[in-house]
Design a binder for this molecule. Structure first.
Ligand code: COA
Length: 191
């Protein structure tokens, strides 16, 4: 994620959460160097999703993931998470964690697919809506079982790509390979 992506990121962020992160939070996160990894999924030059990670020793915390609603249920979040796991493995991360709203079944279904499991509750974590957070962990991301899970997710994407190519080409767009357009950068910022 670079500074130039932030207008697109904020557009999605503001539509995704009751208490969205501000520009200042994103700027601060992407300036924090190697302890943070933020990347975007882009279609052409349009940001359609993003994902962030905080790295603490051999643990990684997914801090944020969101996808433009117009591109929802097309595998963008799967691509972002597959990328996050690849980055994490490259950094010898052992375990990954995140918090998710208790009511956010869509996100929880996504995380289950990657081997995250609920291990606890943070009471009233989302104070603005009086809602608990479910704490999820994916232990031992390099295990055979978890690698198999990611292979399965990857295999599901192939069908998606075929389907969406047909759909999007009717709109005149040719750049559909979100996976290859994901930019993974460590805390750098540009103009
Ligand atoms: C959660 C979110 C990131 C998913 O993004 P997405 O690109 O639509 O997800 P994908 O297309 O990659 O789908 C991944 C899985 O999510 C689940 N999912 C996605 N859309 C769904 C829907 N409409 N209904 C039910 N499950 C759904 C499914 O398990 C899906 O896998 P499957 O299609 O093999 O069943 C997106 O809905 C979003 O940005 N929500 C708002 C922000 C948010 O809640 N972020 C998570 C904070 S913890």
């Amino acid at each position: 994620m670079r500074r130039r992506h932030l207008p697109g990121v904020l557009r999605i962020e503001n539509r995704s959460y009751p208490r969205p992160w501000s520009l200042g939070i994103f700027l601060s996160e992407i300036s924090l160097g190697e302890s943070r990894q933020y990347f975007v999924a882009v279609l052409g030059s349009k940001v359609i999703g993003y994902c962030g990670m905080m790295i603490i020793l051999d643990e990684c915390h997914i801090t944020n993931i969101a996808v433009d609603g117009s591109y929802g249920s097309k595998g963008v979040a799967k691509r972002l998470l597959l990328n996050a796991f690849e980055v994490a493995q490259g950094l010898s991360i052992k375990d990954m964690t995140l918090e998710v709203r208790a009511s956010n079944q869509i996100a929880q279904r996504l995380y289950f697919k990657f081997g995250f499991e609920p291990v606890g509750i943070r009471k009233n974590y989302y104070a603005e809506s009086n809602e608990d957070a479910v704490i999820m962990w994916c232990y031992d991301i390099a295990s055979e079982e978890n690698s198999r899970r990611r292979e399965k997710v990857r295999a599901e994407l192939k069908d998606f790509r075929r389907d969406s190519t047909a759909e999007e080409s009717s709109e005149g767009s040719v750049d559909l390979d979100v996976e290859e357009s994901i930019e993974a950068q460590s805390g750098e910022s540009d103009e």
